[in-house]
Design a protein around this ligand. Structure first.
Ligand code: MLT
Ligand code: MN
Ligand code: ZN
Length: 302
């Protein structure tokens, strides 16, 4: 299986357009040793020919343009992206669907609650009917295997994870199983990826799945629960946004420490997170725990 990290940042990316926090300013002004990050998305393939786009970020046009594997192969028009799968209906994971409107009919794999949000709160599916059109392939969040025709060598499973529907959702404060899922992708040789850019908590069922994976790409949004407020960037905290912070008791570092098989990589890293500083103490702590940071353009072969 081939994995391309198209975007490793959270909503807003890094630097965020209106953010003058120490990290965003440091990156802009060249004072911080750090990588810019576009918004969260990956692409998966079993043969390198046809690709499944997992989440469609507002940065998808740029992401495709800097990823030769995703360039058109034939004139006049073509795309190796055969389908799109969504792990939730958050703005940073779905807005890129609008940028794909010039292409062929979209084959969209997502749960019913996600599709409902994209018909009601943010009616992208209705709007896209006037452009490329969308075929929704419903995905259940119960861990049952399903196939995506575009990537026949991969078996996929979606698992409900603790999290939140987007702020615009009519059921933001009434969580439905399937608002947020983790994706497990396995190839014919049994290589297995666990991808969960939004993970509000880790249940024992999820730990079992993570233990059996070869590679984890998991929620790297926040270091601490109140990091946004601490940096003067609003009052949202990690818990209310459906993200498990890395540090502290019960945090991601501690939860990952018991897992020995998988390669451990954080993705969907918010611009307020101190792990973005290549030279920071938090980054050293991650390295000591054997945890990597995803970066835009990262290629993972499983
Ligand atoms: C989230 O995952 O909570 C988002 O990045 C928030 C957003 O896109 O505004
Ligand atoms: Mn997000
Ligand atoms: Zn910032």
């Amino acid at each position: 299986m081939q994995v391309r990290v198209l975007g490793s940042g959270a909503g807003g990316g890094f630097p965020q357009w209106n953010c003058a926090c120490a990290s965003c300013e440091g990156l802009r002004r060249g004072r911080l040793s750090a990588q810019p990050r576009s918004q969260s998305s990956i692409a998966l393939s079993d043969d390198g020919e046809r690709w499944l786009l997992v989440n469609a970020s507002p940065d998808v046009r740029e992401q495709i343009n800097r990823t030769p594997a995703l360039w058109p192969r034939r004139a006049p028009r073509h795309t190796p992206i055969g389908a799109v799968l969504l792990v939730d209906a958050q703005i940073d994971h779905v807005t890129g669907l609008l940028s794909l409107r010039e292409g062929p009919r979209l084959h969209l794999y997502c749960t019913e609650p996600v599709a409902a949000d994209l018909r009601q709160g943010f009616p992208l599916l209705k709007m896209l009917e006037h452009y490329c059109g969308v075929t929704h392939h419903p995905v259940t969040a119960d861990g049952n295997p399903f196939a995506v025709a575009a990537v026949p060598g991969l078996t996929l499973r979606a698992l409900a994870v603790p999290g939140k529907a987007p702020p615009y959702s009519p059921h933001r404060h009434d969580p439905h199983p399937g608002d947020n899922v983790a994706l497990v992708a396995e190839d014919r040789r049994g290589a297995r990826l666990f991808y969960a850019p939004g993970l509000g908590g880790i249940t024992s069922a999820l730990i079992q799945e993570m233990t059996a994976a070869d590679c984890l790409l998991v929620d790297g949004t926040f270091w601490t629960n109140d990091e946004m407020a601490q940096r003067g960037c609003g009052n949202n905290d990690a818990a209310s946004m459906g993200h498990l912070p890395q540090s502290g008791p019960g945090g991601m570092i501690e939860r990952l420490s018991g897992l020995h098989k998988p390669r451990k990589i954080l993705i969907h890293i918010n611009n307020t997170n101190p792990i973005l500083d290549d030279d920071g103490a938090e980054r050293r702590q991650l390295a000591e725990a054997g945890i990597e940071l995803a970066y835009d353009g990262m290629e993972i072969a499983l």
